[in-house]
Design a protein around this ligand. Structure first.
Ligand code: KMH
Ligand code: ZN
Length: 305
């Protein structure tokens, strides 16, 4: 399907030529983000050791990708390369998780510092394809900064995942794909319910997936109380993956704080299983994300699975 077409892209299951629920689901954990604190939930990991341990537990619960930020020991969002290296090295030594360095930083972090995680050689790098208001503050990613992130990640041999908070961000990512700035298949994480950006509704989900080409690998993140409903909708809609973790939601269910990132992963996997979606094992996730040895899978190769 062309990105100009009016219809939404084919669900992953149709692309594979398998029934809708046979497409393995990649579960990403986002253990700490940059904003959430221990006042919100005492289980938020701060130090590299805490982040690594929390990710390893989440991997044991079934997640296969870790979307990462780093913090100083007091919880302050950080960009220090030593912290990035410690986290990525630690996760690699103790799990099969695919590591993804966010370049989101914080709204106030100087642009150049947002790129530091790339130097720690993660498997994937998250890149914002536009700007938005993030709560009370503008969160600005000018096109030149995005291109810098893409160039640095590509130079390092890391894959890219676009973080899209608005329909225009998805459209921009598709333009990058057409221009050859990012490889095919495009990987994009659609984020819903962040104050200041697109809402968490079925209509918003449709709007965000509409511009995507059929080969795109798309995942869904929903913030706070919207999480379970949006993840369920995404899984039924044929999402390639979902993301959970304390970065996005500190409650397991209304009134009950999540005891850990692993608890959120378990909740998501239970939900997936109730909806008939099986969860990708580490090697499957690596392959589906085009991170295995050899060429990126794409639909042709996927069909052989
Ligand atoms: N910390 C936020 C301002 C991402 O990880 O790509 C943005 C953010 C998004 O964290
Ligand atoms: Zn993040």
């Amino acid at each position: 399907m062309s990105a100009k077409g009016g219809a939404a892209p084919a669900p992953a299951s149709q692309r594979l030529g398998v029934t809708w629920n046979e497409q393995p689901l990649v579960v990403t954990v986002a253990p700490c983000g940059a904003e959430v604190t221990r006042d919100d939930n005492p289980a938020v990991p701060y130090t590299p050791e805490e982040i690594v341990d929390s990710c390893v537990e989440a991997a044991a619960a079934g997640s296969t990708v870790a979307h990462l930020h780093v913090r100083e020991a007091d919880g302050t969002p950080s960009c220090r390369l030593e912290l990035w290296e410690e986290v990525i090295r630690g996760i690699r030594s103790k799990s099969q998780l695919i590591t993804m360095a966010s370049t989101g930083g914080t709204e106030t972090m100087p642009a150049s510092q947002r790129l530091h995680g790339i130097e720690a050689a993660p498997d994937l790098v998250g890149v914002e394809s536009g700007s938005l208001n993030f709560g009370e503050h503008p969160f600005v990613t000018p096109p030149a900064l995005a291109r810098e992130v893409i160039a640095a990640a590509t130079k390092r041999g890391a894959g890219l995942e676009v973080e899209a908070f608005e329909v225009g961000h998805v459209v921009e990512a598709v333009r990058w794909l057409r221009e050859g700035l990012v490889p095919d298949p495009l990987r994009v994480n659609l984020v819903f319910g962040t104050p200041g950006s697109i809402d968490a509704t079925p209509e918003a989900l449709d709007a965000m997936i509409r511009p995507l080409p059929s080969r795109a690998f798309w995942t869904v993140t929903a913030v706070g109380r919207h999480q379970q409903r949006m993840l369920a909708l995404a899984m039924l809609r044929g999402a390639d993956g979902i993301r959970v973790g304390l970065e996005d939601a500190v409650y397991l269910r209304p009134g009950e704080l999540a005891s850990s990132n692993a608890a959120l992963v378990e909740m998501a996997i239970e939900l997936a299983s109730e909806l008939g979606r099986k969860v990708a094992a580490p090697e499957e996730a690596r392959w589906l994300l085009g991170l295995g040895r050899g060429a990126s899978p794409g639909p042709q190769k996927r069909r052989q699975a």
